[in-house]
Design a protein around this ligand. Structure first.
Ligand code: CUA
Length: 158
């Protein structure tokens, strides 16, 4: 079959771009551990509030100094809606939703994940700069999506 030279060039160019994009996803996943935070741990949304993993919500400090934050997202709030964590220490956030898909973004930081009913979203990050940060839901979840927010207070390391 005869394919015109320019058409062949475009096909190879488009194919190369697709290969580059797919390759970059594979590279980020394999070499940098950039993975979807969800879909590794499941939970029943209806009973999540009483599930032992989420019954005790808030901030807890581990013996090694690392910090866990357990939160639940719901229409239209985060619970708890104010959390205090120390600066300069790894903070592991664990979250789930009891109703629809929400977002969790700490404005001005790299903390950003979807919060999906049926799954536990987990990520670890460190905040170096003390201060007050706004947490917003960045997935449209309903009429009061725009008021769904919380506060993170990063305190000078103890
Ligand atoms: Cu929750 Cu938007």
């Amino acid at each position: 079959m005869h394919v015109d030279l320019y058409e062949r060039l475009w096909m190879w160019g488009a194919g190369a771009i697709i290969a580059l994009f797919l390759g970059s996803i594979g590279f980020a996943a394999a070499s940098q551990g950039r993975l979807p935070p969800s879909h590794v741990e499941t939970i029943a949304p209806r009973t999540a509030m009483s599930d032992p993993r989420f019954a005790d919500r808030g901030v807890s400090i581990n013996p090694d100094g690392s910090v866990d934050v357990t939160m639940v997202a719901m229409l239209f709030a985060f619970q708890p809606n104010e959390i205090r964590v120390p600066a300069g220490r790894p903070i592991t956030f664990r979250m789930t939703s009891i109703d629809v898909i929400h977002g969790f973004q700490i404005v001005g930081t790299n903390a950003n994940t979807m919060v999906i009913p049926g799954y536990v979203s987990q990520f670890t990050t460190t905040f170096d700069t003390p201060g007050e940060y706004l947490i917003v839901c960045n997935e449209y979840c309903g009429l009061d999506h725009h008021v769904m927010a919380a506060t993170l207070i990063v305190e000078e390391g103890a």
